[in-house]
Design a protein around this ligand. Structure first.
Ligand code: GAL
Length: 417
């Protein structure tokens, strides 16, 4: 109680301090939240900031996974005009911090006790050299499968728990005349599917390959099998998959044209936006074989070095608003993700959200919480991009078999380091 009061008192002092010294400016926010579900969640943030008199200048750069946004960011920083706050993932935050481009949120973090409530796995990316440089807004995870409930019922009704069961359900969906797998052929989406396949073959294998970058794991027999599975999944997509945006693949599952999508829980935002209810209209399961483990990615707002006390005050006010427990609940309920703090109630979350929160806690406790390779939380961008190239080539049938793809992966990752 005493420490809560102390935290409250210093938070008040901080707010008062900010108001006394500098009127907060607008925030200019670079992000890639442009799909229906993402925009709905972004609105929760915009509206929350508006209640605190923080104005919003929008800089959306469309493109799931954020690659295009990161290119736009580089151009802005090179021109000497960085945005106030930037949606960013994992190792990208660390790279920008290493370049000395980011500001410092230590005083807000200390006043609000972030160290105690933001999980270590996120702090590893929110802090650089011991200083807070970014404010985590959520925790997403990538090893999910979103299944149309009616299509699953028509395919026997049992959610698959193993790779073999997954293949059986996909076959049944094919026989029923729908596209079994809704997918968009973009490198980051291919890689998101691969996160699930590899994690489904074991957390030790996932860690050895994507986090430790062990050449034996990257180029070995298990990886050959992972690529064989990826190539098998390729046989369940429709003819028009190439280049399709992820939210259009979600829409195929929502309207029953496709049976399932293997995608992070931002997909749930699309189902909710379409008025669909978990359990009744769609089913959320962990990628078969990966139950109990989680590949996570956390969207964080990295604060750039800006000049002007009013701009710095706006960054701090935005960071403080983002970490508020009430906001964490309201935002993540809409986004499909789970809170970036451990002390937020799961009460407002639907069944998939409750499962997401429980899975995250369980995986963190058992050493099965892994950074997502596909979403920049396993290795820096150069390695990630080299991995993407091989995965996409494999998905598109450019290797004779899984073994050839695995050999290419080990080589590509070695060259990228
Ligand atoms: C992820 C991001 C999510 C979602 C997704 C699709 O990288 O963490 O918030 O936006 O891309 O755009």
């Amino acid at each position: 109680m005493k420490s809560m009061m102390k935290g409250f008192a210093s938070a008040m002092a901080l707010t008062v301090g900010l108001t006394a010294h500098a009127q907060a400016a607008d925030v200019e926010v670079l992000h890639w939240w442009t799909s229906g579900g993402e925009a709905a969640a972004l609105n929760v943030l915009k509206e929350d900031l508006a209640t605190k008199s923080i104005g919003w200048v929008d800089m959306p750069v469309a493109g799931g996974g954020g690659e295009a946004a990161m290119t736009a960011l580089r151009a802005r920083v090179t021109a000497g005009d960085p945005p106030t706050a930037v949606q960013m993932l994992g190792f990208d935050i660390q790279d920008w911090a290493a370049e000395g481009a980011l500001g410092n949120l230590d005083d807000v973090a200390a006043a609000e006790g972030w160290d105690a409530v933001i999980p270590e796995a996120l702090q590893r990316f929110s802090k650089y050299d011991g200083h807070w440089i970014a404010a985590p807004v959520n925790v997403h995870s990538t090893n999910w499968v979103w299944i149309n409930k009616a299509a699953l019922d028509a395919a026997g009704g049992k959610a698959p728990e193993t790779w073999e069961e997954l293949v059986a359900v996909l076959d049944a969906m094919k026989a029923n005349g729908i596209t079994p797998l809704g997918h968009g052929g973009q490198p980051w989406q291919d890689a998101t599917v691969f996160d699930g396949i590899v994690l489904g073959m074991g957390t030790d294998f996932y860690k050895a390959a994507f986090i430790d970058l062990d050449p034996a794991a990257l180029g070995g027999e298990q990886m050959a099998e992972a690529f064989n599975r990826l190539m098998k999944l390729r046989t369940y997509v429709d003819d028009n998959f190439s280049g399709r945006d992820w939210n259009l693949a979600s829409a195929m599952v929502i309207n029953g044209e496709a049976g399932m999508q293997m995608m992070g829980d931002w997909a749930k935002g699309e189902f909710l936006k379409a008025g669909k209810v978990p359990g009744a209209d769609f089913v959320c399961i962990r990628f078969p074989g990966s139950q109990g483990a989680v590949t996570f990615n956390s969207d964080q707002f990295a604060m750039f070095n800006v000049t002007g006390d009013d701009k710095i005050a706006a960054q701090k006010a935005m960071a403080s608003a983002i970490e508020s427990p009430t906001f964490q609940s309201a935002f993540n309920v809409v986004k499909g993700s789970v809170p970036a703090r451990t002390d937020v109630s799961n009460e407002a979350f639907d069944d998939c959200g409750k499962k997401g929160m429980a899975d995250l806690a369980e995986a963190a406790g058992s050493g099965k919480l892994m950074g997502s390779m596909a979403h920049g939380h396993a290795a820096p961008a150069a390695v990630k991009n080299a991995t993407y190239d091989v995965i996409t080539a494999a998905f598109n049938g450019e290797y004779a078999d899984g073994a050839a793809a695995a050999a290419a992966l080990a080589e590509a990752v070695a060259a990228a380091q």
